[in-house]
Design a protein. Structure first.
Length: 264
């Protein structure tokens, strides 16, 4: 799919904005000349054929679709009039009604891609306000399918919950990997071998899950059923509170997302 619309990314010079820009360009969704990116200090060099500016309102004026990719704390000082255009926020916590009021449009979408957008493997949940049209929805799907996969959800609370779950990107697997590597080094393995072993386990697991699209619990139960070393490890982790720790962490992330929205 390609679109004739002009897309602008406020914060396109940042990591996530740049990842989205690269993905939609690579997918052929938009021509470089119809893509506008704003930045704060250093001009991004990877988009030489796109419009680059430090003026966010100028970007909005020349765009049909405006993607907000700034830190939630920075959004409070962002004064941009969208004039009824489609606005897609990829900020955590900021509510649809706050976006609509601030940017003068009822066509607002909340979306939450993650770090894997950089390699077109993000999972992006999103929700649109009542004024969002079917054409708007089709465009939102196309943008985030270029970044990986996407789902429209029914409630803003779903976005708040998924901010902690899928919005984490590689953080939670990396947390597990760091703990595994630390234990390996503590048992005398050289750090380089431990790192390679753990990273290969993680990347291999991801590719297998992607290829077979199995329920993770079924994979766990398969290994538990073998009653071998992996089953012993799983049972030990669970006895030490693994499942409860994950639930507690996701609950903390959900509360943080809600509080960020309340502050808007």
């Amino acid at each position: 799919m390609s679109v004739s619309l002009r897309i602008g990314i406020i914060g396109g010079g940042g990591w996530l904005g740049g990842a989205i820009a690269g993905s939609i360009l690579d997918a052929g969704l938009v021509e470089p000349q119809k893509l506008s990116l704003s930045y704060r200090s250093e001009e991004p060099r990877r988009f030489p054929n796109s419009f680059l500016t430090t003026d966010n309102q100028a970007l909005a004026d020349r765009s049909d679709v405006i993607i907000l990719s700034v830190r939630p704390d920075d959004w409070h000082a962002l004064d941009v009039d969208a004039g009824g255009k489609l606005v897609i926020s990829v900020m955590a916590g900021i509510r649809l009604d706050a976006l609509s009021d601030r940017h003068n449009t009822g066509r607002v979408v909340r979306a939450l891609p993650n770090a894997a957008a950089e390699v077109a493997k993000s999972y992006t949940p999103w929700i649109g306000a009542s004024d969002v049209t079917e054409d708007d929805r089709a465009l939102v799907r196309a943008i985030f399918q270029a970044c990986g996969s996407e789902d429209e959800v029914a409630r803003e609370s779903d976005i708040d919950y998924l901010t902690g779950l899928s919005g984490s990107g590689p953080a939670f697997p990396a947390l597990l990997a760091a703990a595994m590597m630390s234990d390996a080094v503590a048992h005398g393995l050289p750090a380089e071998i431990a790192r390679r072993a753990v990273n290969t386990v993680m990347t291999g697991a991801g590719r297998l899950l992607e290829r077979h699209d199995e329920c993770p619990d079924e994979v766990v139960q398969t290994f538990v059923g073998y009653r071998g070393t992996t089953a012993a490890a799983i049972e030990g982790m669970r006895a030490a509170g693994f499942d409860a720790s994950v639930a507690e962490g996701l609950s903390a992330a959900f509360k943080k997302s809600v509080s960020m929205g309340d502050a808007s």
